[in-house]
Design a protein around this ligand. Structure first.
Ligand SMILES: *Cc1c(COP(=O)(O)O)cnc(C)c1O
Length: 355
């Protein structure tokens, strides 16, 4: 029961009006959406911007923006009488699908590329009780298999090709306009399957139509150099990058990402793994924000533009798409902390610290 004066949280409650829900859509929620927008402490200057804000999508219930679209997709599956859902995933979609399935009493199946999913994301899928199938191949193979399987069996498909995901994700753009009082000049974000860049563009376009915003932001999308099919204009059969969430060689929303880029006078460019990891460390060390490597790609892109003399000030929002805790191996591999050993006494700790 909702307590007196307490409004229910969640994307379906809050944004039902922009999602064209039916009267029969069940209003499920894990408290997704309504994430913080925080001002940069240090990177703003390094990026040559007047203002840089971070949209903390890592604050969603399973630690990534995938929850915004998943809550809509799972509610629709429930409305349609589904008993089970399936997705292919580089990790975060499966964590999200598994959570909403557990919440709703649905069975869930996730297809993941073998050995390439970050440990925290696997831990989530396991904890939520999903059936995990490791595919002997990459994400793109898993996606192809999930499409075919859900066409043959009574299981609802909830990954990126599901038409309810993008409307759910566009709510983040509306929140940004709400928080800033207008759209920003630029939005920087990582691009994998390219659903999110398409969703944000749709959201900003609707904000302008509805009079919530006067600006159309330039969409600045960044792929990892080893997984940059949109930048190269060709499929990448063996995508490689430390940023596993964007290790995708054949994006499902390729065409709409190009449209978002061109209609917004934006760009989609590549950043190297070194640039991604530099941004990842700067976010942690200079901002106190622990985002997963893929999330750092957008910030790496802003830094790259500044270094190349292509920054022109203005107000940018960088989307931090997922939580750093999801990928502890990358974090520990990045640092060689000199942990000091000491005796368990005050004098022992003082000696060890040289005080
Ligand atoms: C899914 C994901 C992305 C990529 O988003 P797309 O919509 O596939 O382009 C980036 N970062 C994180 C953390 C993700 O989970």
């Amino acid at each position: 029961m909702t307590g007196a004066g307490q409004r229910p949280h969640g994307v379906l409650y809050h944004w039902g009006s922009v999602l064209s829900l039916s009267e029969r859509t069940p209003l499920i929620s894990l408290g997704e959406g309504d994430t913080p927008l925080v001002r940069s402490a240090a990177l703003e200057r390094l990026c040559g911007l007047d203002e840089l804000w971070f949209k903390l999508e890592m604050c969603n219930p399973t630690g990534s923006f995938k929850d915004r679209g998943m809550v809509v997709a799972v509610a629709r599956a429930l409305e349609d009488g589904a008993k089970a859902i399936m997705c292919a995933s580089t990790g975060n979609t499966s964590a999200s699908a598994a959570a909403y399935a557990a919440h709703s009493g649905l069975q869930s199946f996730v297809l993941v590329p073998s050995g390439r999913v970050a440990a925290g994301k696997m831990a989530q899928a396991i904890a939520f009780g999903t059936r995990i199938v490791e595919i002997d191949g990459n994400f793109d193979d898993a996606l192809t298999a999930a499409r075919a399987l859900t066409a043959r069996h009574p299981v609802a498909l909830v990954h990126s090709v599901n038409p309810d995901r993008i409307p759910g994700q566009k709510t983040a753009a509306v929140e940004i306009c709400d928080a800033l009082g207008d759209a920003p000049d630029m939005l920087a974000l990582p691009v994998g399957n390219a659903g999110n860049i398409s969703a944000y563009w749709k959201g900003f376009a609707e904000c302008a139509e509805l009079g919530y915003a006067t600006l159309h932001p330039r969409m600045l999308g960044f792929q990892a150099a080893g997984a940059a099919p949109i930048v190269r204009g060709a499929l990448v059969p063996e995508p490689q990058t430390v940023a596993t969430a964007i290790r995708i060689g054949n994006p499902a929303s390729w065409q709409s990402a190009l449209a978002a880029r061109d209609e917004s006078a934006g760009l989609i460019e590549a950043v190297t793994d070194d640039q991604i990891l530099e941004a990842y460390r700067l976010l942690a060390e200079r901002e106190g924000l622990f985002a997963e490597p893929a999330s750092a790609a957008g910030v790496a892109g802003l830094l790259k533009l500044a270094r190349e003399g292509r920054a022109r000030g203005g107000r940018a929002v960088a989307v931090l798409t997922g939580n750093g805790l999801k990928d502890p191996e990358t974090a520990t591999a990045q640092y060689h902390p000199d942990v000091i050993r000491a005796e368990a006494t005050v004098a022992g700790v003082e000696r060890a610290l040289g005080w």
